[in-house]
Design a protein around this ligand. Structure first.
Ligand code: DGP
Length: 112
């Protein structure tokens, strides 16, 4: 499958890893929009949040289970934001489900 994030999971494309286990991978975003900007992706190819269902939601649950440890490792003691962009109107550019973990400063209140 011609998927950029599947290639990052496979190691075919390098990434600056922050955390990895058998279900997910976290790595620094190539174009950070905050002092800390990490992407967390499932190791199963789901195109977006719109493909989450009862059979694969364990990946999403797992990601949210590990986010506190990732945030702590990155020093986000004062809070952070988790975002997933979905589809055209959500301005999703990479069609592999990913969660942006943003922090390291007081983020703007506006989200759209
Ligand atoms: P989105 O717009 O929500 O689909 O976010 C995709 C993010 O992926 C965007 O913030 C930039 C990041 N990105 C794109 N290509 C690469 C890459 O090759 N490596 C890394 N680390 N991040 C990438």
């Amino acid at each position: 499958m011609d998927c950029l994030f599947c290639k990052i999971i496979d190691g075919a494309i390098p990434s600056n890893k922050v955390y990895e286990d058998d279900m997910c991978l976290a790595f620094h975003d190539i174009a950070p929009q905050a002092p800390v900007h990490v992407l967390i992706i499932p190791k199963a190819h789901l195109a977006s949040a719109d493909e989450v269902n009862a059979d694969n939601s364990k990946y999403v649950a797992h990601i949210f289970e590990v986010i506190p440890a990732i945030a702590a490792k990155l020093g986000l003691v004062n809070g952070y934001r988790v975002i997933t962009n979905c589809g055209e109107d959500g301005a999703q550019s990479v069609k592999h489900l990913h969660f942006h973990l943003l922090g390291g400063k007081k983020l703007p209140e506006s989200m759209g």
